[in-house]
Design a protein around this ligand. Structure first.
Ligand SMILES: *Cc1c(COP(=O)(O)O)cnc(C)c1O
Length: 412
């Protein structure tokens, strides 16, 4: 008899996006005349084309693969040196941050890296997640058995939920109890808010004091508009001993369908064995990748490298400007409709407070019915998301303008 991993049975059955799809389909069936003008501002996926510089680099690499003399088979599991060097130089050294190419591990996505990293961590850690949260952090911990069952509010027994509210600016307060692993994501999905340097300093100090590790997801770093907002956890002194950073080309370079990301594991990062001895995680992660992963394809790594070229940088800036222009329009539209708006200044998400007494799913139905727009109900990201909805700025300019206008049509 083959036994299954019963942890999977604890998961909420992929509730959020299927439920959105169900409601949208029901609406479209009931209102066939309006289906064509439906605008989707729900799922956080890019909409604009891959930068030219990236496409040219991929084309060229494909041609190299077509010639026996420049053909490449298996690449290094940690990523090609040319890409690791480009990342270390452009994302870290040029910003005055001490991170070497050997501390960078190229992968096919931050989603998988954040999940896979649990492989090198023990099973006894107390794990803290933000609420609202990017659901991947929670579900992957459920899958490996780090939690009990979910309660009625959808919270899993055994996880420490850190409330992110308007009162704390959507940056959690330090937990009263000791935790060992802390997931932080800034600029944040879903709230679109950022953490200040002082707030990250407090988290790093906490992690050092408790010998804890911060898993820092910086997928949206490219959307940060000025230097007052930290771009990397490694800007904070002491973070090299207590943090991992996940970065991705998905949202800056439009790589959601192309797949390339990287994880920074500093050599100084320590975790502890049963006897309390500190051991570096760098070698364990390298070992894990060498065994379970065979690297990202050569053409795609060349495409990612091209993001750091002058042309690539200019094209990525234009993409960011496009999405952030949308964010400004959408935030303005929501404010003009009398709603309270958070985020959207350094991130492509707007976090909107519902009018008093309106639940997330009520707001979803209202926006769908009155404005013919699909948003994401905040409750789908955790119990503290109740009473909010998320608007994604990943769209065409024309759609963003139209949504900003239609938000005024909603009769709350
Ligand atoms: C989009 C996103 C990522 C990127 O994931 P990939 O697997 O690299 O596409 C990571 N974290 C968050 C919070 C995201 O929203």
């Amino acid at each position: 008899m083959a036994y299954l991993n019963e942890n999977y049975l604890k998961l909420k059955a992929g509730y959020l996006f299927p439920e959105i799809a169900r409601r949208v389909n029901a609406f479209s069936d009931a209102n066939p005349d309006r289906a064509a003008s439906l605008i989707k501002c729900g799922i956080g996926d890019v909409t604009e084309a891959l930068p030219d510089a990236v496409r040219e680099a991929i084309h060229k690499a494909v041609d190299e693969m077509g010639d026996r003399s420049s053909f490449r088979g298996y690449g290094p599991e940690q990523g090609y040196e040319f890409l690791r060097e480009a990342i270390a130089q452009n994302d870290y050294k040029s910003q005055g941050i001490e991170i070497g190419a050997h501390e960078i591990f190229v992968s096919d996505g931050s989603k998988c890296d954040s999940a896979n990293f649990l492989d090198v961590l023990g099973s006894k850690n107390r794990i803290a997640v933000m609420d609202p949260v990017y659901p991947v952090y929670v579900d992957t911990n459920v899958m490996v058995g780090h939690t009990g069952s979910a309660n009625d509010a959808g919270r899993f027994e055994g996880l420490v939920y850190l409330p992110c509210t308007a009162d704390n600016g959507f940056v959690p307060e330090l937990p009263k109890e000791a935790v060992d692993i802390i997931y932080l994501c800034y600029p944040n999905n879903p709230t679109g808010t950022v953490a200040t340097r002082e707030q990250l300093e407090a988290w790093v100090a906490y992690a050092r004091e408790h010998k804890a590790i911060i898993l820092y997801d910086a997928a949206y770093v490219a959307f940060v508009q000025d230097d007052s907002v930290p771009k990397s956890i490694f800007e904070i002194e002491g973070a090299h001993e207590c943090a991992v950073e996940f970065r991705s080309f998905s949202k800056n370079g439009g790589f959601t369908g192309t797949r390339c990301a990287f994880t920074v594991v500093p050599e100084k990062l320590m975790a502890y064995d049963e006897t309390g001895d500190a051991k570096p995680l760098h070698g364990l992660w390298s070992r894990r990748q060498s065994t379970k992963f065979n690297g990202v394809s050569y053409p795609i790594q060349r495409g990612a490298e091209a993001i750091y070229s002058d042309a690539g940088q200019a094209q990525v800036s234009a993409l960011i400007e496009h999405y952030m222009g949308n964010a400004k329009l959408l935030a303005g539209g929501a404010r003009a409709a009398g709603l309270t708006v958070y985020g959207g200044e350094h991130a492509p998400y707007i976090w909107v407070k519902n009018p008093e007494g309106v639940t997330s799913w009520d707001a979803f139905d209202k926006v769908l019915n009155d404005a013919n727009v699909v948003i994401t109900p905040g409750a789908g990201f955790g119990s503290m998301g109740e009473g909010y909805f998320r608007i994604s700025a990943f769209n065409s300019r024309a759609n963003a303008e139209e949504v900003a206008r239609r938000l005024q049509d909603i009769k709350w």
